[in-house]
Design a protein around this ligand. Structure first.
Ligand code: SF4
Length: 153
């Protein structure tokens, strides 16, 4: 089983109430190979919600307690993002998933690159909180931008 970001399946979980539908990820779901999750909803955040970014650092720093998740209207939502990441990990363990395809650049799901906390579209190297937690727990994380067809799981 593969864990996938719900928004990649066309589910309207994004902060703006929309999705980021990806044909190949949706195909995996239709074939019964994928489980969609949205860490931010699992953390108790509503949809739509105010955009959030990690300030200053990456998912690693949030997990280690040296960075925070701050919304565009300046609310500290670190606790909700961490809760969502651990709930997502719980689901991945229940279904014994060793692979995930997560939405690029997100403060939760991004892998390799994430937004830099300035809400300007700039990106830095690093993983979102859920992606980082997955990797620390032995789950291989890909984004939808990679060659999904070649992923083995
Ligand atoms: S937290 Fe992940 S699954 Fe949820 S909307 Fe953001 S990128 Fe998509």
């Amino acid at each position: 089983m593969i864990i996938v970001s719900a928004c990649l399946c066309g589910i309207n979980t994004r902060y703006d109430g929309g999705s980021s539908s990806n044909e190949k990820v949706l195909k995996l779901l239709k074939e019964g190979k994928a489980i969609p999750i949205c860490p931010e909803q699992l953390g108790g955040l509503k949809t739509p919600r105010c955009a959030c970014e990690i300030s200053v650092g990456s998912g690693k720093d949030v997990i280690e307690g040296t960075a925070a998740v701050i919304s565009k209207d300046n609310e500290n939502l670190t606790r909700e993002f961490l809760k969502g990441a651990y709930e997502a990990l719980k689901i991945s363990k229940i279904c014994e998933a060793n692979t995930a395809i997560l939405k690029s650049n997100s403060p939760s799901c991004g892998c390799g690159k994430i937004y830099d906390g300035s809400f300007t579209g700039n990106k830095i190297s690093g993983n979102g909180i859920t992606a980082e937690l997955f990797i620390r727990n032995g789950i291989k994380v890909y984004t939808e931008k990679e060659e999904i067809d070649n992923i083995t799981y």
